[in-house]
Design a protein around this ligand. Structure first.
Ligand code: SF4
Length: 357
């Protein structure tokens, strides 16, 4: 709600909302998609949807890096754990459902699964216990991939390998545009990811798809400005690429981080939970580093996982096709305490954000 903002922000927000209403009054239905869990948190927490005109809808796309990890990759981590490897991962990965169980279930059954706060923790553990084999389950978008790349390039200990599950945001946005039944009219591009990749990778959306695209920050005002800028582009009939988040995002992004990622990873097709294979959307370790690739080192590869449990609608929530409240399991059998689907696990998951609102 506007009332939740500081006085100066609230006054400005009211003026932006007024302008949004003016512009929207000349448009038909406008559907704007964001692809970031933090944007969804801001929008939901501050009740921004309630401030928008009824013909302007903001939907949440696949912006939660934990939610889109396919069950097959959770299964691979569990297989490795069952072979005696120590699995290291971030805390929010623990409860993501695999085909039959989560890493937390595997831990309860005796697997050595350890929560870490950074890749360097996994390096330290592997150095300290050279008689054990360690695997870092590397999850996240372009925001976290550079920190994995840093450790890979530093020649980690022999007994540490990487199960790389990093995913790239622009190819997922392209998938959404290609889903004609989603009928999108504009993108709010993610602030965090853009600090790394910059603004340029989104050029394709206005150029090829005539889709207004605005990189926006995470304050309520940033999001409102993002919506306003998209509506303005629509009203002028001039779709383009704009950067609302100039205080943090440079047009060229973080060139050093990009260079690091290029050195360590190659881009391959990747499977996303509930979405299937998205071309050129995943990182894989380059051949130079294959002695640290957990897939190759331990011969583990699960092709088909069960992404969606019976009754779960995560595959529709992930692309913003339905709201969490439209899933029959929402806050009945699926809760933050006992999640059924991946969207209820992470603090960036749409269902969890709505559950905690
Ligand atoms: Fe999946 Fe639970 Fe969300 Fe339903 S409420 S879509 S089961 S995470």
């Amino acid at each position: 709600m506007v009332e939740n903002l500081r006085f100066r922000d609230a006054t400005l927000a009211k003026r932006v909302v007024e302008k949004i209403h003016n512009l929207a009054s000349k448009e038909g239905t406008v559907k704007i998609c964001h692809v970031c869990g933090t944007h969804e948190w801001t929008i939901t927490h501050f009740g921004l949807r309630s401030l928008l005109p009824t013909n302007v809808e903001v939907i949440a796309g696949p912006g939660c890096p934990v939610c889109i990890v396919p069950a097959s990759e959770i299964d691979e981590a569990i297989q490795l754990a069952s072979k005696g490897m120590v699995i290291t991962c971030f805390g929010d990965v623990l409860r993501v459902p695999g085909s039959k169980m989560s890493l937390l279930d595997a831990k309860a059954e005796g697997a050595d699964v350890r929560v870490i706060y950074g890749v360097s923790d996994a390096v330290k553990m592997a150095e300290k216990e050279p008689n054990k084999e360690f695997v870092f389950f590397a999850i996240g978008f372009e925001t976290t991939a550079p920190s994995t790349a840093v450790e890979v390039i530093k020649q980690p200990p022999e007994n540490l390998s990487f199960l790389v599950s990093h995913r790239l945001i622009p190819p997922a946005m392209k998938l959404l545009v290609d889903m004609t039944d989603l009928s999108l009219n504009g993108f709010i591009a993610p602030g965090h990811v853009s600090t790394i990749i910059g603004v340029k990778p989104y050029e394709i959306f206005p150029k090829r798809y005539h889709m207004p695209t605005v990189v926006a920050g995470f304050e309520p005002l940033d999001v409102l400005f993002g919506v306003y800028m998209i509506l303005k582009q629509l009203s002028e009939g001039k779709p383009c690429l704009e950067n609302e988040y100039m205080r943090a995002v440079r047009w060229e992004g973080n060139v050093k981080a990009q260079e690091l990622m290029r050195k360590v990873f190659e881009v391959v097709n990747g499977n996303w939970r509930g979405l299937g294979t998205i071309p050129s959307s995943t990182f894989k370790l380059r051949r130079k580093y294959e002695n640290h690739d957990a897939h190759l080192k331990y011969g583990v590869k699960v092709e088909d996982g069960v992404d969606i449990q019976p009754g779960c609608k995560c595959h529709l929530v992930i692309i913003g096709k339905i709201k969490p409240t439209e899933c029959p399991l929402f806050m009945k059998t699926c809760t933050p305490q006992k999640p059924v689907g991946a969207c209820m696990v992470s603090i960036e998951g749409t269902c969890r954000i709505w559950a905690k609102a």
